[in-house]
Write a protein that binds this ligand. Structure first.
Ligand SMILES: NC(=O)c1ccc[n+]([C@@H]2O[C@H](COP(=O)([O-])OP(=O)(O)OC[C@H]3O[C@@H](n4cnc5c(N)ncnc54)[C@H](OP(=O)(O)O)[C@@H]3O)[C@@H](O)[C@H]2O)c1
Length: 290
């Protein structure tokens, strides 16, 4: 259970975060909620000396968040907004190439864009409902397209991490004959998206497995998110200490963090080799990835 003791420990650990380089961090969903909390805390703990890119639709919100960041002292640090509706895969392609054109390396990719809408009848031009697209396909595509920049950071011995905020541990069995989730009931649809996220974060990414993923469910988000909790997730070293997880894991690239900040390991995990292969193939086709 999270306690005031763990919160104060987390705050203390956050205060120690420092980088020997200017980190590059992308926050997709950083204009609001959890993503905003993480972005602001990241800016605060780096004292603004980071290249921070917020991706979303709400320019006014982004500009006000960026204006609140500490002014960097490093001339290479920069804070910017890229306006993008990431529920459309063509827009994701555009935003990832814009980021790759500017940045050979990426240290942190924080994915929290989402929406609460149970109406699955409205489909995007990709033929996917927006919630499914935001919770899974666009996140998958962002990771897939930006993997070379994460790899570059890892090869340079820098942090290279992806955090996907959804609902670890609350998934369910998936139906391999309905990976498009066209026939799924409301509950099966929601739980399948969580399992898709689990599998996405645990893919080992076929040849790009040199970086580690971290995965988090909102921590008491409905009670007012304590944003101080999140920047700790951006450092494997601090995360390891904070959550009691070993800092270095040789064979496991995905941490699943539950709502109390604990490592939930494979609890509520419904992936296996068969579903991983089927989902990978399906997603490559839907996202038109090569
Ligand atoms: N809060 C909770 O209790 C809770 C519980 C379980 C799961 N979750 C999941 O955790 C994630 C984060 O939740 P939250 O509470 O931080 O959500 P939130 O406050 O509603 O923020 C959602 C973010 O997603 C972005 N977004 C939505 N549609 C987008 C689009 N089409 N293109 C680009 N960006 C888009 C929004 O940015 P713009 O408006 O700028 O586009 C915003 O920054 C979501 O996936 C949510 O479903 C949350």
């Amino acid at each position: 259970m999270r306690s005031s003791n763990s919160l104060s420990k987390i705050k203390a650990e956050n205060a120690k975060i420092s980088f020997s380089y200017i980190p590059v961090a992308v926050f997709v969903g950083g204009t609001s909620g959890i993503g905003r909390g993480i972005a602001e805390a990241f800016a605060r703990h780096t004292k603004g000396n980071a290249h921070i890119i917020i991706v979303g639709r709400n320019r006014a919100a982004a500009e006000s968040i960026i204006a609140s960041f500490p002014q960097p002292t490093s001339p290479t640090a920069k804070h910017e907004f890229i306006e993008c509706d990431v529920s459309l895969l063509k827009n994701v392609r555009q935003v990832t190439s814009e980021i790759l054109n500017k940045h050979a390396k990426l240290n942190f990719l924080v994915l929290s864009a989402g929406a609460l809408d149970h109406n699955r009848t409205r489909l995007t031009e990709d033929g996917i409902d927006p919630v499914t697209a935001l919770s899974y396909h666009s996140r998958w595509k962002l990771i897939y397209d930006l993997a070379p920049a994460l790899e570059k950071a890892r090869n340079d011995n820098e942090d290279a991490k992806v955090l996907s905020v959804l609902s670890a541990g609350n998934g369910g069995k998936i139906d391999l004959s309905d990976l498009e989730l066209k026939k799924a009931s409301l509950m099966t649809w929601i739980q399948s998206l969580m399992t898709y996220n689990d599998i996405m974060m645990d893919f080992s990414w076929r040849g790009t497995d040199s970086f580690r993923f971290e995965f988090c469910v909102p921590l008491d988000a409905n009670m007012g998110l304590p944003c101080q909790l999140h920047p700790s997730l951006l450092s494997s070293y601090d995360t390891g200490k904070l959550w009691g997880v070993p800092t270095v894991r040789d064979s496991l690239y995905c941490w699943r963090i539950g709502k109390h900040g604990n490592d939930i390991e494979k609890q509520g995990y419904y992936g296996d080799d068969t579903s991983r292969d089927a989902l990978w193939k399906h997603t490559m086709e839907v996202t038109d990835s090569k």
